[in-house]
Design a binder for this molecule. Structure first.
Ligand code: COA
Length: 214
């Protein structure tokens, strides 16, 4: 999918198009020293996760074909205590989530942006902003929304990375809940954005998409 000057390609489709060897070189060209997990996922786990249908990874490249960044999307069950939500958020989630009245929990299916990261190899990160990367992910999610519904988008930010808080806040996410992971011993700030909200599109991308798909 062309989106403005960016090309967004699903990982397995790309493998078919360019072949395994070239794809391996592309994945090897990705680095993300700010977040080694984001790097490790793309380089070593994304293919397997795609193949078993656990998530879908999209690579974003520029006009010259260089890998600028990527994101990984999936559906996720989201559970939150009703008492932790503001009345506005309770009102929002109550429209499509079930309330477990015994435990006071809302259970909702949400879209999760499981990974998102620019490519920091040789200064390539300057060719794309995080905002644009996020808008490209939203564009894919809006397509899913048009087919099967859904409204909320979740990101899980490590609480000890405050700069990411500003990044997500600036992009209309708000903190709903904190989750402690026993697995990695990390506290995550679960931030939610309402996909239905207006004003989240990258200027010009709708027209560009129409043009490229004609
Ligand atoms: C998150 C991201 C897409 C945002 O892109 P952006 O809006 O263009 O912003 P920048 O890359 O300029 O980063 C903004 C600031 O946050 C910092 N930052 C970004 N990711 C960070 C991380 N994982 N941990 C700590 N600091 C981080 C940057 O160092 C920068 O700090 P500065 O303003 O002091 O220079 C991009 O920074 C990125 O790819 N980060 C690494 C991957 C990542 O952490 N993804 C989020 C997982 S929840």
């Amino acid at each position: 999918m062309m989106s403005g000057e960016y090309n967004v390609q699903e990982l397995e489709e790309l493998a078919e198009m360019i072949g395994e060897e070239t794809l391996a070189d592309t994945l090897d060209s990705y680095s993300c020293p700010l977040n080694p997990e984001v790097e490790d996922f793309l380089r070593h786990k994304a293919r397997h996760s795609s193949k078993i249908g656990a998530s879908v990874t999209y690579l974003v490249s520029g006009e010259d074909g260089a890998l600028l960044g990527y994101f990984t999307l999936l559906l996720k069950a989201f559970q939150v205590e009703a008492s932790r939500l503001t009345s506005a958020n309770r009102h929002l989630i109550a429209r499509f989530a079930e309330l477990d009245t015994v435990h006071g929990l809302y259970n909702a299916a949400v879209y999760l942006i499981a990974q998102i990261g620019k490519n920091f190899t040789e200064g390539i990160d300057s060719q794309i902003s995080g905002d644009v990367l996020l808008q490209l992910a939203f564009k894919i999610l809006r397509r899913a929304q048009g087919l099967v519904g859904g409204k909320l988008v979740l990101v899980e930010r490590e609480c000890n990375r405050p700069k990411l808080l500003n990044f997500y806040k600036d992009n209309h996410f708000t903190s709903w809940n904190t989750r402690h992971s026993e697995h990695d011993g990390v506290d995550y700030d679960q931030m939610i954005c309402n996909l239905g909200r207006k004003g989240l599109q990258v200027a010009g991308t709708e027209n560009d998409r129409t043009k490229s798909e004609e």
